[in-house]
Write a new protein. Structure first.
Length: 419
């Protein structure tokens, strides 16, 4: 088996919260995570953008920077990056060759390591061997019982926007989910938090008080917007101009969160205004209101829960230079599709539903039925290519914007086709 086949062979064991398995595995590996410094990021929405900005700023400052994200968009190796580049195939192959026998040995002993746990351990192993100065570490699901939470107190714990998602695992209420996310906040560290609804922020504040952790709120970071377009936002921060290649109000909030975190970690790293300016300008985060084509105009967005869909709606309403818009939508069955669909009512002339390349995909016919009450034209497609061709022909004829959304897995499948 190839390295990737070995990794994906663990997918059948699913996602199971808890730290006992990963701790046992990491003990055998010599606990590589204990040799690294982390900025730990949890939240429902915005994690990817905040991680991308932080990584880019630290790279611009000259530090060897590791980045761990999930899921990937095109290539699995995007999940483990060094200095803004995914690790080489050779590095991944060597790491799997040396560590996978441990997975097999543990399995024989009755300890089943899941795919995410193994990938997480690979990240620790690879970034330690690369002697990274700092690692930006994105949680997989939740925080408290997420396997990334085996690390010692990080330089900073970051809580991005919290909403309802993964309710089957994290809890049915916003309060339960918030407590899970706050699990990454550790005594002996500092925390930053994005602007939240009042009840969420109160829980974050309470959690920080109980752990004697200083909390820095992004809402206290002042930005003066100069210019906004469908490809970038320009603002003034601390007296200098910054260009953000991410679009929408939610991305400005992510920028505030990243900047708050940069100010925290300046006590550990020498970061200048130029590093911030260059880091933001060069940051890359695919499938977040990403303009993929101008004729027809196509926007790709990974929004997949009500909060993310709300942010997408605001961005489309604000930046759509055309009066007409078409949506290609694919969602997973465990996401709140009904709420998401209702949010999008009124801004799309037509919706074309498609399957997502994932075992948890919601059937495109069922998704179409859920869309019918809210849109004038709804069609179900069983093939993404047909949906894209149909939408493109319609967009050219009617001078429409095409938006593709509903899942990062859909973005992963469709982005290479358009690029």
């Amino acid at each position: 088996m190839t390295a990737l086949e070995k990794i994906h062979s663990l997918d059948k064991f699913g996602s199971r919260p808890g730290l006992d398995r990963i701790k046992k595995f990491l003990d055998i590996l010599g606990n590589p995570q204990d040799s690294l410094k982390f900025i730990h990021v949890a939240g429902t929405n915005g994690k990817g953008s905040v991680c991308a900005l932080l990584s880019s700023v630290l790279c611009s400052a000259g530090y060897k920077t590791g980045l761990f994200i999930s899921p990937y968009i095109v290539d699995f190796r995007e999940r483990i990056q060094i200095n803004g580049e995914m690790v080489s195939q050779k590095i991944l192959d060597d790491a799997v060759e040396k560590t996978f026998p441990i997975v097999e040995k543990l399995r024989d002993e009755g300890c089943i390591i899941t795919e995410f746990e193994y990938v997480m351990a690979l990240e620790f192993y690879i970034h330690k061997n690369a002697c990274c100065d700092v690692v930006i570490l994105e949680t997989g699901m939740g925080g408290l019982l997420d396997c990334t939470n085996v690390i010692k107190p990080p330089l900073c714990s970051v809580i991005t926007k919290i909403g309802l998602d993964h309710t089957a695992v994290l809890g049915d209420t916003i309060e339960e989910i918030t407590l899970q996310k706050c699990g990454i906040i550790k005594s002996g560290s500092i925390a930053t938090a994005s602007k939240q609804r009042e009840e969420v922020m109160m829980l974050i504040e309470k959690n920080c008080r109980e752990k004697n952790v200083e909390l820095i709120k992004s809402e206290n970071t002042e930005l003066k917007i100069i210019e906004e377009s469908i490809t970038e936002t320009k603002f003034v921060y601390n007296g200098f101009e910054v260009s953000l290649p991410f679009v929408g109000e939610h991305q400005l909030e992510n920028a505030r969160t990243a900047l708050s975190t940069v100010e925290v970690v300046k006590k550990y790293f020498n970061i200048t205004d130029k590093n911030i300016r260059d880091g933001f300008k060069n940051a890359v985060n695919p499938a977040r209101f990403e303009l993929l084509s101008e004729n027809p105009m196509i926007i790709l967005d990974g929004a997949h829960n009500p909060d993310g869909i709300s942010a997408l709606k605001r961005a489309v309403e604000k930046f759509n230079p055309k009066k007409s818009a078409v949506l290609i939508l694919g969602m997973l069955s465990d996401k709140d599709s009904k709420s998401s669909i209702k949010i999008l009512e009124g801004i799309f002339d037509a919706v074309y539903t498609v399957p997502v390349n994932n075992p948890r995909s919601l059937n495109s016919e069922e998704l179409a039925k859920r869309c019918v009450p809210y849109f004038k034209e709804v069609k179900a497609f069983n093939d993404v290519n047909f949906a894209l061709k149909y939408a493109s022909d319609r967009a050219v004829k009617n001078d429409s914007l095409i938006v593709i959304a509903g899942s990062l897995y859909l973005a992963s499948e469709i982005r290479p086709k358009i690029k």
